[in-house]
Design a binder for this molecule. Structure first.
Ligand code: GLA
Length: 402
């Protein structure tokens, strides 16, 4: 009996290294949508929370809006057994992860889990170093659908190799899993990770602040605008199956409604993974309306998978454009200031071109119908100049329909 797992491991190791040097294709063709425990609950995770979150997602409109993954972040781990297999913390997850995956699947949702390249996770739990193939087999046997793989205690490893090892281990284990790299952009993954993972973090951790930086002893957390600015040079790296990840959402975690709306709109414009990070069991109507806005989500999930770019920036007002399938465009006017700003935009005089996607709005010759995605009202056409007042730390989000 004891020899069987070892034989399986040896086979998986061999075939993973030689035959399966690839990630699972056909996954995350649009940015992944779901929920993750970290932003709200940090280490305070258990099976009741995960079940209740799956229940909430399935019934409160989130699932209908497209959210699918229920992801357990750090601190689910117990110990490794004498053969090196990882087990969940039996106090927090007494029924085991397989039973939890079955439950989440029974709701028509998918379960994600978290590990780390190093010997220990950021929360001090067992990491996957030296156990990559074994952990991948374990996750596959549990029915896991998504792995977030962190970078704490990886200092003496090379990121490209360490993440390729886990990619190969997942592929060898044979169960399709979205592979989410979390090395905080330290090794410029946008230059090399499109064949390694389906998404890669581009920055340090977010926190629920619109415009700020939170200093810890040896690391920082960044607010929405600082993370946004770090995405501007990276858009060419993203596309179907391989996404820049500017970190999970903080909608519903303490920013103002205007700020939450701006944060969500910008993440939609960036074709960012939409991984909610709030308590789905207790959402205010405002939070629900933001996270479930179908027009904004359609921009995020557009099949072209092209990130937005900044067309103009004046007095803290940025105008972003995102090419969409079928000749449509999304436009987001971001007011970075605390006070309201008036804007006017005479389409016919503007020349919006994107050499990356070879697209041109051709406003002089093409008329678009304008939809305001937050008021959910038609807002005329591009024949008439646009005028608007945008509150502080807020956006105007439009779809231009051809
Ligand atoms: C790192 C990651 C976070 C979270 C924590 C867990 O900070 O960037 O997203 O996973 O670890 O400890």
């Amino acid at each position: 009996m004891k020899k069987l797992p070892l034989l399986l491991l040896a086979l998986a190791t061999f075939s993973g290294g030689i035959l399966h040097a690839q990630k699972f294709e056909g996954l995350a063709l649009t940015p992944p949508m779901g929920w993750n425990s970290w932003n709200k609950f940090q280490c305070d995770v258990n099976e009741d929370l995960i079940r209740q979150t799956a229940d909430a997602m399935a019934t409160n409109g989130m699932k209908d809006a497209g959210y699918q993954y229920v992801n357990i972040d750090d601190c689910w781990h117990g110990v490794r057994d004498v053969q090196g297999f990882i087990h969940p913390d039996t106090n927090r997850f007494p029924s085991g992860i397989k039973a939890l995956a079955d439950y989440v699947h029974s709701k028509g949702l998918k379960l994600g889990i978290y590990s780390d390249v190093g010997n220990q996770t950021c929360g001090g739990r067992p990491g996957s170093r030296g156990h990559e193939y074994q952990d991948a087999l374990t996750y596959a046997s549990w029915g896991i659908d998504y792995l977030k793989f962190d970078w704490c205690n990886g200092e003496d490893l090379k990121a490209q190799g360490a993440y390729a090892t886990m990619r190969d281990a997942l592929h060898a284990a044979g169960r399709p899993m979205v592979f989410s790299m979390c090395e905080w952009g330290q090794n410029k993954p946008w230059l090399w990770a499109s064949n390694t993972s389906h998404l890669w973090r581009t920055t340090t951790d977010i926190y629920p602040c619109f415009d700020g930086t939170l200093d810890h002893t040896n690391w920082q957390q960044w607010g929405v605008l600082r993370i946004l600015d770090a995405q501007k040079p990276l858009r060419a790296a993203a596309g179907p199956g391989h996404w820049n990840d500017p970190d999970m959402l903080e909608v519903g975690n303490g920013m103002s409604v205007n700020e939450d709306r701006a944060h969500f709109s910008l993440w939609c414009m960036l074709a960012a993974p939409l991984i909610s990070g709030n308590d789905l069991r207790h959402m205010s109507p405002e939070t629900t309306a933001i996270l479930e806005n179908k027009g904004a989500i359609a921009i995020n999930q557009d099949s072209l998978g092209i990130e937005a770019f900044v067309y103009s920036a004046t007095n803290g007002v940025e105008i972003w454009f995102k090419p969409l399938a079928g000749g449509d465009w999304a436009m987001c006017v971001l007011n970075r200031n605390k006070d309201a700003q008036k804007i006017s935009f005479d389409w016919k005089n503007e020349n919006v071109t994107d050499s990356f996607s070879s697209r041109d709005t051709a406003f002089a010759t093409t008329t678009y119908a304008v939809q305001d995605l937050w008021t959910e009202k038609d807002a005329g056409t591009t024949q008439e100049p646009l005028t608007a007042e945008i509150p502080g730390h807020d956006v105007l989000l439009l779809r231009l329909k051809k």
